[in-house]
Design a protein around this ligand. Structure first.
Ligand SMILES: Nc1ncnc2c1ncn2[C@@H]1O[C@H](COP(=O)(O)OP(=O)(O)OP(=O)(O)O)[C@@H](O)[C@H]1O
Ligand SMILES: [Mg+2]
Ligand SMILES: [Zn+2]
Length: 372
């Protein structure tokens, strides 16, 4: 398993391999089975949640020559499926709007689209990060979407739907992808480990999932790191939870959350005791305090009413976000700002303090005092 990149090796090749996004999967596979596919889709949602994967599966299914009537799964055997899997299909055009903000590409697209697909039923255009198209390019695209030829299917993908022009949105069938939940991520990672014959504790997978922030791409790349490092050790050792945290230098969001629990309950002594126990386990004070500041910032963002679509919150799973949402109810917005400032200052002092965690301890005491 050397040099492998898990997410390349195991990119889902059938709809049944996609975890979560049930609502999208259901509607899309029905449309494929019934032969009622739209000409324009908009996939919005957080990074690493399966937008591009789903778009490619759609392309593969509609052009599959071996797909039986009333079925939606691509056969993965026919030449069209094979070409798409190898990334050399002429009739699947992927445009990354982040790197080509591109009026030229859009013009080309508009001109090229009149030509029928070279050998397949449909020409499928996947436009990634479509919110980044320049104004001219977006207008050119809009024109195309107004009268798409029967042989064309567009899938626009975006992580920032609020930046899309409404006229484009209204021309597409819209699907909102969600952050993947902890069990969904674990399920997929578990599948990958079995495929790789890697022995790993369930709890270890959960830690990885917790640190993926709802993105399977991040989860898979963390697992990749773990497996690569573990490979360097001899024998068929089982990969265990505590080892993983060290390996990845991860501060578990759960741990940070627990400290914030004590703070919100104004339990100063417990908070400091908890902090010391964590640091005794070998976590660096600086590392911990950075994780804490990040977490509090996410709390503040939630408090001022922004929701999970906000990129600052993209590091949290749904469960973590719920917990944080509950915790911030104990604070006024101004209080939260003050706490964040205190811990930010503490973070900056750690490096120069004779006792590194002292700055954190003082911040905890001040925070709790501030609430009285
Ligand atoms: N729902 C999912 N089910 C199974 N695997 C997934 C899922 N989402 C992501 N993955 C895995 O993560 C990788 C990246 O996913 P994908 O490229 O589809 O994400 P994306 O939503 O397009 O992200 P981005 O917005 O960053 O482009 C996939 O190759 C796949 O291995
Ligand atoms: Mg993508
Ligand atoms: Zn096929």
């Amino acid at each position: 398993m050397s040099n492998l990149v898990l997410y390349r090796k195991y990119r889902p090749q059938r709809f049944s391999e996609i975890v979560g996004q049930e609502h999208v999967k259901q509607t899309l596979t029905n449309a494929i089975s019934w032969g009622m596919v739209s000409h324009a889709y908009l996939f919005s949602g957080p990074r690493g949640s399966g937008k591009t994967t789903m778009a490619r599966l759609l392309a593969k299914a509609v052009n599959c020559q071996g797909r039986g009537e009333g079925h939606f799964e691509p056969c993965n055997q026919c030449s069209s499926c094979q070409e798409i899997m190898a990334g050399r299909a002429m009739d699947l055009i992927e445009i990354d709007a982040a790197s080509h903000r591109g009026i030229d590409e859009m013009r080309e697209l508009r001109d090229g689209i009149r030509f029928s697909p070279t050998k397949s039923k449909y020409k499928v255009f996947i436009i990634d990060e479509s919110h980044q198209l320049s104004k001219d390019a977006a207008n050119a695209l809009l024109k195309t979407l107004e009268e798409p030829p029967a042989h064309a299917i567009f899938v626009l993908a975006t992580t920032e739907i609020h930046k899309m022009i409404p006229t484009i949105i209204s021309r597409c069938q819209r699907f909102d992808f969600r952050k993947l939940t902890l069990p969904e991520i674990v399920k997929r990672l578990d599948f990958l480990c079995q495929a790789e014959k890697a022995k790993i504790e369930k709890e270890a997978l959960e830690i990885i999932a917790l640190n993926s922030g709802g993105s399977l791409r991040d989860g898979e790349s963390l697992l990749n790191q773990v497996l690569t490092i573990a490979e360097n050790f001899e024998g068929d050792r089982v990969i265990k939870a505590p080892g993983i945290k060290e390996l990845l230098g991860i501060i578990d969001t759960k741990i940070v959350g627990q400290l914030v629990d004590f703070i919100s309950e104004r339990k100063g002594a417990e908070a400091i005791d908890f902090l010391n126990k964590i640091l005794e386990k070998g976590y660096g004070p600086q590392q911990f305090s950075q994780a804490l500041v990040k977490y509090l910032r996410q709390g503040l963002i939630l408090k001022i009413g922004l929701d999970s679509a906000n990129p600052v919150l993209s590091g949290l799973t749904k469960e973590e976000e719920e917990k944080l949402g509950h915790q911030i109810k104990f604070f006024e917005e101004s209080e939260l700002r003050d706490i964040l400032k205190l811990f930010l200052e503490a973070n900056n002092k750690i490096k120069y303090s004779p006792i590194p965690q002292l700055a954190l301890e003082l911040a905890i005491m001040e925070t709790i005092g501030a609430g009285e």
